[in-house]
Design a protein around this ligand. Structure first.
Ligand code: SAH
Length: 349
């Protein structure tokens, strides 16, 4: 008995293998890649520059999608969220954000998350598994297809579910396609990987020939507090993250971004802002402060406007390059982790 293993078109490595086995010229794979990455088509039959017999062969060998869209939400500010069901079970969220001419997508790297940040819903049930590279690619392709013909994705942030540096090989392979001119053609300068701060992964990223932007989710400037908020910090410590970050900057010249989710009465006090000044003040790094987006069932709260103002003043006085993100609206660089949550709360409970 022959067992047919399902193959998917977004798995371009397996398309390439198949093409070789079938002695197709290499340009056929380029044609397929073009249809996938640079058009809105959703079936092999629409690949009109492929001979019909080849299309038939392809249909027999490949499914167009490995994923299924099970929810699609649009918010009035133009944000669109997809909940994508994976063929082997589990689902992930990905988001398209519109801001002026920017078309930013926020993409997941794992089903769940093992990092355990106490305020984040992604990791509440731990990690199920890492996504394959083509499951990450499919999020790009699905989101590209939400845009009208002629509009292209301009920015990618790996800020969805999961820890990208815990699935680095597949994330890099997917981003290779996102950034290649024959793929989605998005400049690496417009691609950001957000991490909880895993030094070995940061050092590996520093070696990528066309570096991506790196965002480090800090959330506390002292280890005692960070250990409580970001349990994985117990084994790492802020000092070694800063060392790896320095090395990343040295090797790539890319300005680092730190993210700081403000939790009322936990990490929003004047002394916390002063510690941030001490840690970041003399560095050229950017700090993105994100007011917490409450998660149903978790006790954390968004700080009051007055606390946010005081926090901000200390940072500005301390010469930190700080941006305060809005909870809604300008979610472009920082909020996909929370959008999935919003979606779950809104539609899945
Ligand atoms: N694991 C990676 C990327 C995913 S989370 C990381 O830790 O960076 C993307 C960002 O959203 C992180 O900075 C995360 O701390 C933040 N985040 C998670 N839950 C949030 C919430 N409820 N409100 C605001 N930001 C949140």
């Amino acid at each position: 008995m022959t067992v047919t293993v399902k193959k998917y078109l977004s798995d371009l490595a397996s398309v390439r293998q198949w093409a070789q086995a079938n002695e197709l010229p290499a340009y056929r794979v380029n044609q397929i890649q073009h249809w996938l990455c640079q058009t809105q088509i959703q079936s092999i039959d629409e690949m009109t520059d492929l001979p019909k017999p080849l299309r038939r062969q392809l249909v027999e060998a490949f499914e167009f999608w490995s994923t299924r869209i099970v929810r699609h939400q649009t918010s009035p500010d133009g944000t669109e969220k997809l909940l994508v069901q994976l063929d082997t079970g589990g689902s992930v969220e990905c988001v398209l954000l519109r801001d002026g001419i920017r078309r930013t997508i926020c993409v997941s790297s794992q089903v769940g998350c093992a990092m355990g940040c106490v305020f984040c819903a992604s990791g509440l049930d731990g990690v199920e598994r890492s996504l394959t590279d083509y499951e990450i690619v499919e999020q790009f392709l699905r989101l590209q297809r939400l845009l009208p013909a002629g509009e292209r994705i301009s920015h990618v942030v790996m800020m969805g579910m999961g820890e990208p540096l815990a699935n680095l090989a597949n994330v890099l392979s997917a981003l290779e396609l996102a950034s290649s001119p024959a793929g989605l053609g998005i400049s690496p300068r417009r691609i950001t990987i957000s991490t909880v701060g895993l030094p070995p992964g940061i050092l590996k990223l520093a070696e990528v020939s066309h570096p991506y932007n790196l965002a480090i989710s800090l959330h506390a400037a002292n280890d005692e507090l960070r250990n409580r908020l970001v349990p994985v910090n117990n084994k790492i410590g802020i000092a070694s993250i800063m060392e790896a970050a320095e090395e990343y900057f040295r090797a790539t010249g890319r300005r680092l971004t730190f993210e700081y989710v403000l939790l009322a009465e936990i990490n929003d006090q004047p002394q916390h802002a002063e510690e941030l000044v001490e840690l970041l003040g003399r560095r050229g790094a950017m700090l993105n402060v994100i007011p917490y987006n409450p998660v149903a069932g978790l006790p954390y709260k968004t700080p009051a406007p007055q606390a946010i103002r005081e926090f901000r003043k200390i940072l500005l006085d301390g010469q930190v390059n700080v941006q305060f993100r809005e909870r809604k609206g300008d979610q472009i660089d920082a909020a996909c982790g929370q959008l999935r949550r919003t979606l779950n709360v809104a539609t899945f409970e």
